[in-house]
Design a protein around this ligand. Structure first.
Ligand code: PLP
Length: 460
């Protein structure tokens, strides 16, 4: 019946050659890809992947922070299968809808905090972020303040790869390429206490970083600022957990100057931090939120922006089209999978499992096993996400020279030893599927420690 081809060790080299010749990869050095082929991932089950050479790998990153409910979930496959047979596609433009889009919007609204009751669909986190940019600017337009169009983001934030997401994000490597960037976007410093606070306590530093927002708002003029956008915990920047008082102060400042807050929940959303959304873990209410990844556990591409009543009602009262959308906004098959994914999350009490069981276990065990390691300067994390700073000298927090690429050395050892861990500069990152068991957490951490030993030995 099925005619899909299975890669074997024997034809791995062929696939790699074909891939290198024709496939342009995201965030990949094409020269290196041609010298050393890509790793071919063949299949997956639970928290494990298998490559084309038969290696079994434990996925400490849930794909790209997205396969929250784990691989091989038959319920999600079945939801897609059934929806494909009933209605494989129809759009949601021009006053049209279908049951999966309407039902998914209701399901999302049932788990979002506060009055984030209105859902705009996109296909990727980047598109969701672009939607946020256009939504908030149009909101102030409708309110008769077209000049209130500056968005403020942060250094080392990641908001995606479209030109909007790149511009709002603070990734210097991305800014150097493919510019010029979108105008009227400003940035403030990131709240990276371990790396940038000097002698300040966490509390002092949290306040100082939040107050940088007030300084920026005053510098560009409060009447010109539409919104502040931030990830509750910066993910792709290396898992930077802000000091506990940071978001409270940001919220106070935004309220003071009537600046909207958009939480980018693409990584933090859907249980990762032990709440449905990261903003709940820091106890602040955003005006809108972007989400993707965990919404469908990555089984199909789907993203959304949850919009609060204040903004949504302005659009309703304005009574004019919002000229924005994607062919696949609310795609019925992706929506059906996302509905089933949320149903599974509720049925299996996954958010509670992360908050009260596997999250605390992971965070405690991670510190027990790695904080004394000579390479480890600092560990931060929450729920099932963590960042580990690798240092040359713990006492002075001295980093290895950039050109040594300590993170990549460590990542390669992980790769060779059956563990996926991501490197962000000199930080190592973990974000496993939320369904991971205690024994699997132990396996991830034992492998990580072994790979840290190998990394240390290779630079000694
Ligand atoms: N926003 C955040 C916070 C992200 O972490 C990401 C991706 O990692 C994005 C936006 C972009 O999402 P996508 O890759 O689906 O476009």
């Amino acid at each position: 019946m099925s005619s899909h081809r299975t890669t074997t060790a024997a034809n791995t080299a062929d696939i790699q050659a074909t891939d290198a010749s024709h496939h342009m990869h995201p965030f990949t050095n094409t020269g290196a890809l041609n010298r050393k082929g890509a790793r071919v991932i063949e299949r997956a089950e639970g928290v494990y992947l298998w490559d084309s050479e038969g290696n079994k790998i434990i996925d400490g990153m849930a794909g790209l922070w997205c396969v929250n409910m784990g691989y091989g979930r038959k319920e999600l496959v079945e939801a897609a299968h059934q929806q494909m047979q009933t209605l494989p596609y129809y759009n949601t433009f021009f006053q049209t809808t279908h049951t999966p889009a309407a039902e998914l919007a209701k399901e999302i609204a049932s788990v979002t905090p506060g009055d984030l009751n209105h859902i705009f669909f996109a296909n990727s986190g980047s598109e969701a972020v672009d939607t946020v940019i256009r939504l908030v600017r149009q909101y102030w337009n409708i309110k008769g303040k077209p000049y209130k169009n500056i968005l403020i983001g942060r250094e080392n934030a990641y908001h995606g790869s479209t030109i909007g997401g790149t511009s709002l994000g603070g990734m210097s490597g991305m800014h150097k390429q493919g510019g010029p960037l979108v105008p009227n976007i400003e940035r403030i410093r990131q709240p990276y206490w371990y790396g940038e606070a000097g002698d300040m306590s966490e509390e002092e530093f949290g306040l100082a970083c939040a107050q940088a927002l007030e300084e920026k708002i005053l510098a560009v003029g409060p009447d010109n600022v539409a919104a502040f956008v931030g990830e509750p915990i910066q993910g792709a920047g290396g898992v930077i957990v802000p000091p506990a008082n940071y978001w409270q102060e940001i919220k106070r400042i935004c309220d003071k100057y009537d600046v909207l807050i958009a939480a980018d929940e693409v990584i933090c959303g859907f249980g990762r931090t032990g709440n449905w959304f990261g903003c709940q873990s820091f106890d602040f209410q955003p005006d809108l939120m972007s989400m993707a990844k965990g919404l469908s556990s990555g089984y199909l591409p789907i993203a959304a922006v949850a919009v609060g009543d204040r903004i949504a009602n302005a659009f309703i009262e304005h009574d004019e089209d919002f000229n924005h959308g994607f062919t696949y906004s609310g795609h019925p098959v992706a929506a059906a999978v996302a509905i089933e994914n949320i149903r599974l999350m509720k049925e299996e009490n996954i958010v509670d499992y992360v908050a009260n069981d596997i999250g605390p276990y992971f965070q405690t065990k991670l510190r027990e096993m790695l904080s004394e390691h000579p390479l480890v300067g600092h560990i931060e994390g929450m729920g099932l996400v963590a960042g580990i700073a690798l240092v040359k000298d713990k006492a002075t927090k001295t980093l290895f020279p950039d050109d040594l690429d300590i993170g990549l050395i460590c990542r390669d050892h992980c790769f060779e030893n059956g563990l996926i861990m991501r490197a962000v500069g000199s930080r190592m990152v973990l974000s496993p599927p939320l369904v991971i068991s205690h024994a699997e957490v132990d396996e991830v951490l034992e492998k990580a420690r072994h790979c840290f030993d190998l990394t240390l030995a290779s630079v000694d």
